[in-house]
Design a binder for this molecule. Structure first.
Ligand SMILES: *Cc1c(COP(=O)(O)O)cnc(C)c1O
Length: 509
């Protein structure tokens, strides 16, 4: 473990050398840049070898401990945060690695919501709780997010029951799949508030944006965000690249470097792979696998990072028109130069176009390979893996697997990341496989559970008023609860004292 923690600066240059705590609690930099580490800790091959026997949680403590020193989070506390985060997973290995068709699959869907964002959000929730309990943000944080289905539940499960945190999730009424809605609305913790908005996903996002732009509201409720750009999420994901590398090394004698294929949308997942490589993990190819929303595949083939309309696909968690974490990679591609990056981003934001040529493009293409899988490729892959290997892929995972076949890297040195359980995307998967295999009981029992949500009109002011009321109620309930406990404690003490006095009096007689 490093004695001193790594510091962070904004990709756009105005905030520099911040602590881990500040980077995590702030999320997005004030200049709208993203926080990147100022240096990368290194891992030697001896160290890597010594990590081979570690459990997932112990490995995570080592990897995260490379960034987060005692000055930020005491080692014992870090161990506790990691243990609790891993404890939310159904598999003891947290993210098991299995061999299918001569290559490996890294299963990232054994968390509470059956998708890979659990890995990061469990950790983020526990870090928030620790930082709030030790004075950050006045001890309170209200998290507001909009979801079209998938990320909302991962945030809810990451934040449920966390002290000092309120979580409000907006989703468009009648427009998220029933299973996704039930994953959110069956959570009963008092600090979780699900709101179905009479509008579209974009309306929900606009309400979140308007709320962040309303300074008075933001300060009153202590508003924060859990979007995919929080540094903590990338850091949490780094562990499973080390983990799966070590598991491949356990089995393969002739492999020296491991390739990873990553179903990609906002670039947060694969970025953790890129950072692992910079830390010294022997990574071969990093494959960016996209669906029809292929801005990143187009970038890595032609150098054109050009915004297009969003297409609705069967892998909806990768439906993006710009890729939010990509800015972090562009910053490194610009030679860690915030001035260059800021000018790239401002050109992109005003024209929707950024074109990289020459040496920089060569460099980018050396760092990443890419492939695109459309609906037909995706369904074909799902069908093939089920029929030939009896292995179920979700549509996102199938995009990543399709990529390794397209690029001829479906071999024993390759890991395809499986980002969700098939049962979460039953409608899409049943286009390839009918009837579907049985779904896990944790998902099927959602239909018999009580649900709880509040409906709101498509109006930021109404949503904000609702949120303030709910926070007030929760705080009051906690206070009443606290007082009740105190009164009860006093009552117990008084009766004990009375009993003792009574005994003594009787003895005297
Ligand atoms: C979010 C998500 C992705 C995309 O990950 P990024 O970090 O945004 O690239 C892929 N698959 C699933 C199931 C997801 O939820």
């Amino acid at each position: 473990m490093t004695a001193k923690s790594i510091t962070y600066s904004s990709t756009r240059g105005t905030q520099k050398s911040l602590s881990f705590r500040t980077a995590v609690m702030t999320g997005l930099a004030h200049d709208r840049g993203l926080f990147v580490p100022d240096t990368f800790p290194t891992v030697t091959s001896e160290e890597l070898e010594s990590w081979r026997s570690l459990s997932y949680a112990d490995l995570a403590t080592e990897v995260i401990g490379k960034y987060v020193g005692e000055d930020q989070v005491p080692r014992k506390v870090l161990e506790g945060i990691v243990q609790r985060s891993c404890g939310a997973f159904r598999s003891e290995e947290v993210t098991p690695v299995v061999k299918v068709d001569g290559h490996y699959v890294l299963e990232l869907f054994h968390g509470p919501t059956f998708a890979f964002k659990d890995v990061a959000l469990q950790m983020l929730g526990n870090f928030f709780e620790y930082f709030l309990s030790t004075g950050s943000n006045g001890g309170r944080l209200a998290v507001m997010g909009a979801t079209s289905g998938d990320t909302g539940s991962a945030a809810i499960y990451g934040l449920r029951g966390k002290k000092g945190v309120d979580c409000i999730i907006l989703f468009p009424e009648g427009r998220v799949s029933e299973i996704q809605e039930r994953q959110m609305t069956t959570v009963k913790d008092g600090n979780i508030h699900c709101v179905s908005v009479e509008g579209t996903f974009d309306d929900c996002q606009d309400i979140v944006k308007a709320s962040f732009n309303d300074k008075a509201f933001r300060d009153r409720v202590k508003l924060g965000a859990v979007n995919s750009i929080n540094w903590c999420r990338v850091l949490a994901q780094t562990t499973y690249y080390f983990w799966s590398y070590l598991r491949v090394m356990d089995k393969e004698k002739d492999v020296t470097k491991v390739n990873f294929s990553v179903p990609t949308g906002n670039f947060g997942d694969i970025l953790a792979g890129y950072y692992s490589k910079r830390m010294g993990l022997p990574v071969g190819d990093l494959i960016v696998a996209t669906n029809e929303n292929d801005i990143l595949h187009r970038f890595f083939t032609t150098g054109e990072y050009h915004r297009e309309e969003i297409h609705k696909s069967i892998s909806p968690s990768m439906d993006i028109c710009v890729s939010s974490n990509f800015e972090r990679y562009l910053y490194h591609l610009a030679g860690d130069d915030a001035t260059t990056l800021a000018s790239w981003m401002s050109a992109f934001e005003s024209t929707g176009k950024l074109t990289i040529t020459g040496k920089k493009l060569d460099e980018a293409r050396a760092d990443f390979k890419s492939a695109r899988a459309d609906t037909a490729n995706t369904l074909e892959t799902i069908k093939k893996y089920y029929n030939e290997f009896n292995y179920m892929l979700c549509p996102h995972s199938a995009v990543g697997v399709s990529a390794i076949h397209q690029l001829d890297t479906a071999n024993s040195a390759t890991v395809a990341l499986a980002t969700a359980h098939f049962a979460k995307f039953g409608d899409a998967v049943s286009m390839a496989i009918d009837p579907l295999p049985e779904i896990p009981k944790e998902l099927s029992q959602l239909w018999s559970m009580e649900t709880r949500k509040s409906k709101c009109p498509n109006d930021a002011k109404v949503v904000q008023a609702f949120m303030e009321k709910r926070i007030e109620e929760r705080v009051r309930n906690e206070e009443v609860d606290g007082k009740r406990k105190k009164t009860l404690r006093q009552l117990v003490l008084v009766s004990a004292a009375v009993a003792i006095v009574a005994v003594l009096m009787r003895r005297r007689k």
